[in-house]
Design a protein around this ligand. Sequence first.
Ligand code: IFG
Length: 560
Amino acid sequence: MLIKKAGTVRRRLTGRGFPHLGTRVLGVAVVAALGPLVTGFAGPVAVQAAPSAATTATTARVIPAPVSMQTVPGQPFTLARDTKIVVGSRSRDVDGVAAFLAGLARPSTGYPLPVVRGPGDPGHAISLRLAALPSLGTEGYRLDVTRDGVRLEAPTAAGLFHGVQTLRQLLPYRVESRGVQPGPWTVPGVHITDYPRFGWRGAMLDVSRHFFTVQETKRYIDEISMYKINVLHLHLSDDQGWRIAIKSRPRLATYGGSTEVGGGPGGYYTQAQYKDIVGYAAQHFITVVPEIDTPGHTNAALASYAELNCDGKAPPLYTGTDVGFSSLCVDKDITYKFLDDVIGELAKLTPGSYIHIGGDEAHSTPLADYVTFIDRVQPIVHAHGKNMIGWNEIAQANVRPGPATLAQNWSLADGTKPVDDPLATAAVQKGVQLVTSPANHAYLDMQYDKNTPYGQNWAGYVNVQKSYQWDPATLFTGVTERNIRGVEAPIWSETLTSIHEVEYMAFPRLAGIAEIGWSPQHGRSWDEYRTRLAAQGPRWTVMGVNFYHSPEISWERPAA
Ligand code: IFG
């Protein structure tokens, strides 16, 4: 049953720092929550027409691929100076989504695009309405574009937001500009019915190895929400840094957060700043999942409070990149008082239902102690009204079944055929679903190839094709669709010191993993996907996203 790598793992890191580039934030004030349901239903839909490789701006190429998209040639809708955005039933959340759309399109079109409230079909306008479309679940939407107008309907504001992200990609890429661009602002005629395959479509940002500011984290939220990602997992603590202020133990952040890999100044979020990030994520229909990694990866905490160490001695702060050398003291009651205080404060800052307690690479914690520890931590998480997610090693403990526990699987997987994975098997046997993050497909800090200027390669090189060609439901023997809660793309920051370096590693691969989480597996193919991906290039260029121009893709170029 024991599944552990022996001893401390030393990883020699490749990669070199790049000059910090300025960060540009694409921000729009949007407020949203779930709105009431009104009458309506999802009608029959056509099968998705294979997207053409045409490079005209009005070609319907969307990532993630919608469940069904019928293109209607010759029926484009063209935004005009008098176009209105019309919202139906009074709902702060729908108003927020409309404001997001207006904030996106006004600067680039130069049009006023007023948001107005109105009944029924408002004619030559873009209408956003809530509708009872039960087959679309809580995040789906219907988008109909004809010459006469754009109609977006969804059971929830989240669905409308996802529909707006699709509409965004149907508009010419110049819509991403913050300055007025020439039109025409044409949207191809389409009938789309869309909803996600998995409910957990995550991106993890490691803010511990290197600290990322609120502004940088918000920029990442802007970017991942373009692809209907709905979870941002923040890796808030590790050996090298503690990044969230805990009122009952201030030294965790003030001392434990005072450095980072390489000896830089580190940093941390005050609780007000963390609330700001959580609120900004919610405005993009993203739930923040905070991670306090335990019992390993805890040097920053152990250095901050000597009493947390079994020998009562605080180790020095750590700025290297080894793993597996630290452990909370499983036998001391103060360990669990510490966790109760930390998790209690974090739970109050977390609207989402999950708190991540880490559990990975506890190489300095004997297995029996590890099991004892996880078994004692889970009730603490539940006592604060939250469910527990941990890295897949937690499946070795007596974890509770069902939504009470999720296991984030980071095992290497073949990707072309199922492989045995004892931790995945253990989780499934305990009735625990998996969030899949196969390191050799979904770890965005893995180098694309030997020339990549940052990142690591312990899981092998991961090019764009390898990050796209895998299916969560066929990774492991005995693990099928019903055992999968979703997917998540972690980016670890041992070698990444700015959001621009994160962007280089995350894009384009994150877009493909978002598609794996959203789109049907049936029909997904690398050869078709790569042409759709090519169209994202000009969009990212206009946005200033520092994406890797992989030679695997025939990137479209922005018009001169
Ligand atoms: N594994 C470690 C991370 C990080 C990563 C870098 C997990 C769950 C290697 N644990 O991935 O802390 O060091 O690729």
